[in-house]
Design a protein around this ligand. Structure first.
Ligand code: SF4
Length: 726
């Protein structure tokens, strides 16, 4: 196997592009195109194309490290695992199970996320587990669940995008974050559809738009309400759809009618004619979509903001119908699967709720434990990090780098340093791993088999393509060994397919039902969309939202699994959700009554500007992997502060000058990049770097009351000019 090319998927973003990995005779591996995967059809961005470089022992961890005399020194696996088990056990004995924290990541495979959640609850007995996906998609997940009864980022495949009439893309710079996806939007426009981009910056994505709306950061909620106001005022409401397929319209309508266009223009800076044009473009075609990303979601009112965009879809009948709907463009590689299988503070596998007695009984049955032994919901990600060193004394962290990616990062770093004990399992020595007492070197994407779930809700098989370096073990091995040392001998297999088999049973009957999905099917079908329950019988009526789909959306018929008896059918998976009914108890979607409110922190005399943060094309998230790739570093060597020429003139700043951006939480220093692509009242910083340019020194950890997502996208700052670069 390891001398040949292997079809697999990219380690980075949620598009999960198909790629081929081939080991090289001289060592290492190369990535090449894989045209058979329908989402990217062979196209890769620079991050994916260079992903094999992070497999090199020159940049990744190859041996466990243990802190001794203040330094991390090489150690054996037995010594490192013994130390972790001893310290976790001692902390639990002295301070109780909830003094143990577990922090996961949206890049972990489904199997790892599942095993980590089970490890926390069954082996450690702690409620204190959450993951970095809380920082990415949780507001969209909360809003989708409220409105539709189910959160699957996209309720339709991306291939539907070119065939709809209009897409409003809210707070997504997909031309930089997932470039191969741009073709769906280019094809949309080639087919006569239109693209509206909502973003405070004129990004590469906004440059593709037919209409670019540039609201002030933190005002997307008001913008959506203003559009809904105009929909009603112009008689564009789909009364039949609202009557037959929704509830709660009167309250939502009343909320929107309080946001008249001139008021919304004052709040957002988007003019009334632009608002009217957007409504016309969205409502005139037969079908349309709204897709959100981190812009509207990473706000202290993110759930309401996404809810307002969903209201717009529901009021116009653009949901639960072919080629129409609301979707979230999930960011992290397994951001979708990572939020379904139990590493979230309030959740059990299959997207079950931890406080649901029936869910606890089902999952406890699969795990062979007493339901009453399972802890209840714990703290959300930022709250968990904030409790380190006080309530939480020891932390096990897998696949996350909060020193760079968490809000108010200086404080989070202090909290991590104040722990009695920190163990980190990672591929590279990240800035967070540098603080650890024990670091475990673990396998990564091309060195292991496992599943991820893409932003489309398509479960995919990542295959092992190369052998890992000799000193490296898998995360599943780590959990197996620690469980054994802590007295749980069974239930933590090291084989990913075996873990997936248990995950299938744990998810059976839940909202995210994977029970009908097997590794074999994933390999043969290029992925399967959940929900996909196990069906022993041929279904009498094909699922109208399933693979057979509505007329004009058909795909090949119900597939046969050769592992099953002749004639027995398998569930085809569900590419399109909600076409017949929404996943609520009565099958109707729920409007939410929302109103505009200010950001948690607004500019004032001391901090007169807004900061918004985001990503660049050549780096991924905290940069822990991509900052180790020379080509990517050459393209994006460090942070910068983007500001408008008028603001630069007012400050006396020239291109390249060192600027200090200062908020109530700290300061970050980076060179000026002057551009008319940003509003004069706003500065932008990418967040991929540690050190003096760490943008998250500045960001506000104010949390959304429902999703507990921090407000990364808007905070008040001032800018000081430090002078030319030395
Ligand atoms: S778009 Fe995302 S999944 Fe595709 S190659 Fe780039 S980083 Fe990888």
């Amino acid at each position: 196997m390891e001398n040949t090319s292997t079809p697999t998927h990219c380690p980075y973003c949620a598009l999960q592009c198909g790629m081929t990995v081939t080991p090289l005779p001289q060592g290492g591996a190369e990535v090449s195109e894989r045209p058979d995967f329908p989402v990217n059809r062979g196209a890769l961005c620079g991050k994916g194309r260079t992903a094999a470089q992070v497999l090199s022992p020159a940049v990744r961890l190859t041996t466990p490290l243990v802190r001794s005399g203040g330094r991390l020194v090489e150690a054996g696996w037995g010594e490192a695992l013994d130390l972790i088990a001893e310290r976790l056990g001692r902390t639990r004995q002295e301070h109780g199970a909830d003094a143990l924290g577990v922090f996961g990541g949206g890049g972990l495979t489904n199997e790892k996320a599942y095993a980590l959640g089970k490890f926390a609850r069954v082996v450690l007995g702690t409620s204190q587990i959450d993951y970095n996906g809380r920082f990415c998609m949780s507001s969209a997940a909360a809003a989708g669940t409220k409105a539709f009864g189910l959160d699957r980022g996209l309720p339709f495949p991306l291939e539907d995008v070119p065939r709809t009439g209009c897409v409003i893309l809210v707070g997504s710079n997909l031309a930089e974050t997932m470039p191969p996806s741009l073709r769906f939007f280019t094809e949309l426009r080639e087919n006569g559809g239109t693209l509206i981009v909502v973003d405070p910056r004129r990004t590469r994505t906004a440059e593709q738009a037919d209409l670019h709306l540039a609201p002030r950061p933190g005002t997307d909620l008001a913008l959506a309400l203003g559009l809904l106001h105009l929909v009603v005022a112009e008689g564009r409401t789909d009364e039949g759809f609202v009557r037959e397929r929704t509830t709660g319209w009167e309250e939502a309508r009343a909320g929107a009618m309080a946001h008249w266009p001139e008021y919304v223009e004052r709040i957002t800076g988007v003019s009334v004619p632009e608002l009217r044009q957007a409504v016309r473009m969205f409502c005139e075609p037969e079908s349309a979509m709204v897709l959100t990303a981190r812009g509207p979601e990473q706000q202290a009112k993110g759930t309401d903001t996404v809810g307002a965009w969903i209201n717009l879809c529901l009021a116009t009948g653009r949901a639960g119908r072919p080629l129409s709907g609301y979707g979230c463009l999930t960011g992290q590689g397994n951001g979708q699967g990572g939020r379904e299988h139990g590493q979230k503070a309030d959740q059990l596998p299959g997207y079950r709720k931890l406080d649901d007695p029936a869910a606890r009984r089902h999952v406890a049955g699969v795990w062979g434990v007493d339901p009453d032994s399972l802890p209840g919901p714990g703290r959300s990600a930022y709250e968990l990090l904030d409790a380190l060193g006080t309530d939480i004394r020891a932390l096990l962290l897998m696949g996350s780098n909060p020193v760079v990616s968490a809000p108010r990062a200086t404080h989070v770093e202090e909290r991590l340093r104040s722990l009695d004990f920190l163990a980190v399992a990672d591929v590279v020595l990240s800035e967070t791993a540098e603080l650890a007492d024990v670091v475990l070197p673990v396998t990564q994407w091309a060195e292991e088999t496992g599943t991820t779930t893409s932003l489309e809700g398509r479960v995919l098989l990542r295959r092992r393509a190369v052998a890992p370096p000799p000193g490296v073990r898998s995360d599943l091995f780590v959990l197996h060994e620690l469980a054994g040392r802590l007295g749980v001998e069974k239930g933590f297999p090291t084989d990913a397919e075996e873990v997936f088999g248990e995950l299938r049973r744990a998810s059976a009957g839940g909202p995210a039902d994977y029970s009908g999905i097997t590794y074999r099917r994933l390999a043969e079908e290029n992925g399967v969309f959940w929900p996909c329950p196990e069906t022993p019988e041929v279904p009498e009526v094909p699922d109208p939202g399933g693979r057979d789909g509505p007329e004009g959306l058909g795909e090949p018929g119900v597939p046969q699994d050769p592992a099953r008896p002749a004639g027995a059918a398998v569930h085809p998976g569900t590419p399109r959700l909600f076409l017949d009914r929404f996943a609520t108890a009565d099958g109707r979607a729920r409007f939410v009554a929302v109103a505009h409110r200010a950001a948690a922190e607004e500019p004032d005399g001391v901090y007169p500007l807004l900061l918004t943060t985001g990503r660049v094309v050549a780096q991924y998230q905290s940069g822990a992997q991509t900052r180790r790739v020379a080509e990517l570093n050459a393209a994006a060597p460090g942070p910068f502060v983007e500001l408008h020429p008028r603001l630069a003139a007012r400050l006396g700043a020239a291109e390249g000058d060192r600027l200090a951006v200062v908020s109530r939480r700290g300061r970050a220093v980076a060179p000026a990049r002057i551009t008319t692509a940003i509003r004069p009242d706003t500065v932008f910083m990418p967040f991929h770097w540690p050190g003096e340019g760490r943008a998250n020194n500045l960001t506000n950890p104010a949390l959304d009351p429902t999703s507990r997502m921090p407000e990364f996208k808007s905070c008040a700052v001032r800018v000081e000019v430090l002078g030319p670069e030395e």
